[in-house]
Design a binder for this molecule. Structure first.
Ligand code: UGA
Ligand code: MN
Length: 263
């Protein structure tokens, strides 16, 4: 099976650094197709160049977040869901003929693949991708540094049927209290549920649950990463770079430090 890594991304000073880091992790993973969805009304040069020179197999899509759903500079980051429209755009592509060109087909002609939502700012071990490659429905695993804990993780059921509970601290009452980085979905399952998608109209923290509810149940989850005892992905977040001098230069009429230079 091919791993389809879905990455929403948006323009900001650290974008190229994030995408460079992620692309160079993904280069270490065999049989992986990167689906990058820009939050922009047209593809940007920066992302186009990065993908062309990445050495990866990829699909470049774009979908601009409607202004009403976009975070303002002063909004706390959790007040609006992020990546909703971008991931839905990728889901549409995954259900189209696109994957047929990329993945081997099973006897019924369904492309064999596993879909993973790989945000541009997280940190990934290459081991994560081998864990998820043979997921038949939905696979789950721990995520480090998320939800106010060192690790959020599913607890495997003693009878071997899926997940008994989750050790989440943040809104543990959610149907699936896990981060976007904590699960992978078989492509065939997604294609069998053509209407399953993300929504803007959900409470903060419920994006993952809202999607997973449509596709699976706790007893069916495939418990990976040594029974959910190993951490292969971390929900890191990049500090917003300070641009004080840059802004001062601008006020003084000096040219920007990156004039003619892509950073
Ligand atoms: C957490 C989860 O890890 C996300 O997967 C989830 O989408 C988010 O909460 C949520 O509840 O919506 P967090 O680290 O706060 O994530 O989110 P970001 O990393 O800022 O954004 C998630 C992805 O969306 C990133 O790949 C980012 O580049 C992209 N994004 C963010 C956009 O495409 N447009 C934006 O305006 C903001
Ligand atoms: Mn993030």
């Amino acid at each position: 099976p091919v791993i389809f890594a879905i990455t929403p991304t948006y323009a900001r000073p650290e974008q190229k650094a994030e995408l460079t880091r992620l692309s160079q992790t993904l280069l270490l993973v065999p049989s992986l197709h990167w689906v990058v969805v820009e939050d922009a009304d047209k593809p940007t040069k920066l992302v186009t160049n990065l993908l062309e020179s990445s050495g990866l197999s990829y699909t470049h899509l774009h979908a601009h977040t409607p202004p009403a759903q976009k975070l303002k500079a002063k909004d706390p980051h959790w007040t609006k869901p992020r990546g909703v429209l971008q991931r839905n755009t990728a889901l549409e592509w995954l259900r189209s003929d696109g994957p047929l060109q990329v993945a081997p087909l099973d006897p019924e002609g369904i492309p064999k693949g596993v879909v993973y939502f790989a945000d541009d700012d997280n940190s990934y071990s290459v081991r994560l991708f081998e864990e998820m490659r043979n997921v038949r429905g939905v696979g789950v695993w721990p995520v480090g540094l998320v939800g106010g804990l060192m690790v959020e993780r599913p607890i495997a059921a003693a009878d071997g049927h899926g997940v008994a509970s989750f050790n989440a601290g943040y809104k543990p009452e959610r149907p699936f209290p896990i981060d976007m980085a904590g699960f992978g979905i078989n492509l065939g399952l997604l294609r069998d549920h053509p209407h399953a998608k993300f929504l803007y109209e959900v409470e903060p923290g419920y994006q993952e649950s809202q999607l997973l509810k449509q596709l699976t149940s706790r007893e069916k989850l495939e418990v990976l990463a040594q029974n959910c005892t190993k951490v292969y992905v971390w929900h890191t977040r990049t500090d917003k770079p300070k641009m004080r001098e840059e802004l001062q230069w601008k006020d003084q009429g000096r040219p920007p430090s990156n004039l003619g230079i892509e950073v």
